[in-house]
Structures are given as structure tokens and as C-alpha cells.
Write a protein that binds this ligand. Structure first.
Ligand SMILES: Nc1nc2c(ncn2[C@@H]2O[C@H](COP(=O)(O)OP(=O)(O)O)[C@@H](O)[C@H]2O)c(=O)[nH]1
Ligand SMILES: [Mg+2]
Length: 265
């Protein structure tokens, strides 16, 4: 039994003492003490039994919940708080970005079995085993892209952010200027959040997704220079260098390179 187990146990006992078991214990301690003073044996015995029972209750209900191996929860949709009950800490990678930018598709490609066509409506985590050589387990955090509050919530639980941008929210080669504005406004809010919360140890990787559509289209040069400008805005925000790549969920080499990057986190 390691240090962490004892720390969790102490916490559990405190919580349990503060609830019913503790109160019953204190009452019975009072009865025992009072009856000892007034010397009525039946009350003394009753009080002592009560006291012992409540000590057993507190010690047993304070036991920490059994932790699970990461491999046992692969593919399950977990609440963010469930991640504290994984045996060995796993790197928590939050997928960030506007709706329909390709977050859930990436999750699918990383072995997480997300139900087909399902929209993401609340923050959740999924343990996945990275494909390729490393076979490392990580937790992926996903949330609704259209809700900043949800995106910030997963940022606060994460060790690393994988931020997605794209050129358009539909299946077109040319860029939609309003989509780029949407991304730049979101990224600005996210940077402010990181600064306000002092999240300096976050790793950040920015992906310009859907290159299969835009990289050979009419706006490729403009889009690349927009992306370079966006990346510069992240300089020195955290204490680790921000990395970036031009990416497609449909490109297996891109997938492999990204998996290698993540497995180094
Ligand atoms: N062409 C192309 N389409 C993609 C790519 N990644 C995702 N998509 C499509 O973009 C749409 C939105 O993807 P989804 O993963 O649900 O976005 P989310 O809302 O960010 O989770 C879906 O129709 C995907 O098939 C990509 O790299 N290239
Ligand atoms: Mg999604």
C-alpha cells in the first residue's frame, strides 16, 4: 500500500467522520462518557457498543475506491472526474476547436470508438491506446466545439491541448473568411483563459486540419500565411515550445507523425 493510498484513506476517513458515522460516533461517545459518570451499566455497555460500531463504520467507509487500470477502461465514455481513479496517471490531451473542425474524427482514428455520427454535447474523456510502436495509454478529452465554457473546462483538466483549425466548415476547397475569424476569436479567448488561469505547463500543438481539401486549392498560400501568423501569437504563452502541423484526418502519414508527437508527451 503506497503513500497515495494512505493519503486517499486519510481523506476518506475525514469525509466519513464528517458524515453520519462520525456524528453517531460522537453521540455514542457522549452517552458512554455520561453513563460512566452516572454509573448505569446498561447505558455504559450500550454506549460502548455504539461507539465501536461507529469506529468500524468510519474506518470501513473511508477506504479509497479501488483504482482501475487504464487498459480496463479503454473505449468507455468517462466523466472528467473518473480520470482520478485511473491507477497510473495518463497524459490528458484535450481536443480544442470550433464545431465540425475534425476533433471527433481524430479521436476515432486514434482507436477511440466514438459512435458513428454522434455529436459531442458535453465534456467527456476516453482512454485510448496509441496506435504504432509506443502503445502508450492517454486520455483524450472532448467537448462541444460551439461552447467556450465546455472547451475551457477540458483545458483546466488537461496536460496538453491539441488545437484544431480549418479553412471552412463545409466540404469546399476555398476558404471561408468568417470561419477564419471564428478560429482567431476562439484562439484569442483561449490564450486569455490560459494566461488568467496561469496554465503555463500546458503543452500546445496546433493543427491546420483538412489539408486534403485546401492545400491544393486556390487559397493555399493565403491560408498558410494566416496559419503562421496564428502560431506566432502563442510564443511564450506557456513554458514549453508550441508546435504546429498542417494535417488531414485522411492522411496516414500525418496520423503517424501526430501519434509520435503525442506519445512523447
Ligand atoms: N476533408 C476532410 N474532412 C474532414 C477531416 N476531418 C474531419 N472531416 C469531416 O468534418 C466533419 C466534422 O468532423 P467532426 O470530427 O465531427 O468534427 P468535430 O465537431 O470537431 O468533432 C465530418 O464530416 C468529418 O468527416 C479532414 O481531415 N478532411
Ligand atoms: Mg465532436
Amino acid at each position: 500500500m503506497d503513500k497515495q493510498w494512505w493519503a486517499d484513506y486519510r481523506k476518506g476517513i475525514t469525509a466519513s467522520t464528517n458524515s453520519t458515522g462520525g456524528i453517531v460516533g460522537l453521540v455514542s461517545l457522549g452517552i458512554t462518557a455520561a453513563s460512566a459518570v452516572i454509573s448505569i451499566p446498561i447505558v455504559t455497555i450500550g454506549g460502548t457498543v455504539f461507539l465501536c460500531a461507529s469506529i468500524v463504520y468510519v474506518l470501513s467507509t473511508g477506504l479509497p475506491e479501488k483504482k482501475r487500470d487504464a487498459s480496463d477502461c479503454c473505449g468507455e465514455k468517462l466523466a472528467l472526474s473518473d480520470l482520478d481513479r485511473i491507477k497510473l496517471p495518463v497524459t490528458r490531451v484535450a481536443l480544442m476547436g470550433a464545431s465540425r473542425v475534425g476533433k471527433t474524427t481524430l479521436m476515432d482514428n486514434l482507436n477511440a470508438k466514438v459512435p458513428d455520427g454522434s455529436r459531442t454535447d458535453s465534456p467527456y474523456a476516453m482512454i485510448v491506446q496509441l496506435p504504432g510502436a509506443s502503445k502508450k495509454y492517454i486520455a483524450i478529452l472532448d467537448a462541444a466545439g460551439q461552447q467556450f465554457s465546455q472547451q475551457f473546462q477540458i483545458t483546466d483538466s488537461a496536460n496538453a491541448l491539441l488545437i484544431f483549425v480549418d479553412h471552412a466548415d463545409s466540404n469546399t476547397e476555398s476558404m471561408k473568411p468568417e470561419r477564419l475569424i471564428e478560429h482567431s476569436q476562439f484562439l484569442e479567448q483561449l490564450r486569455r483563459h490560459i494566461v488568467n488561469k496561469g496554465l503555463r505547463s500546458l503543452r500546445v500543438h496546433i493543427l491546420f486540419n483538412k489539408k486534403d481539401l485546401w492545400n491544393s486549392g486556390p487559397d493555399a498560400v493565403d491560408l498558410q500565411s494566416w496559419f503562421s501568423e496564428q502560431i506566432k501569437l502563442w510564443d511564450n504563452l506557456t513554458n514549453k515550445p508550441v508546435t504546429a502541423s498542417i494535417f488531414s484526418n485522411w492522411n496516414t502519414l500525418d496520423q503517424t507523425l501526430l501519434t509520435n508527437t503525442i506519445s512523447g508527451w
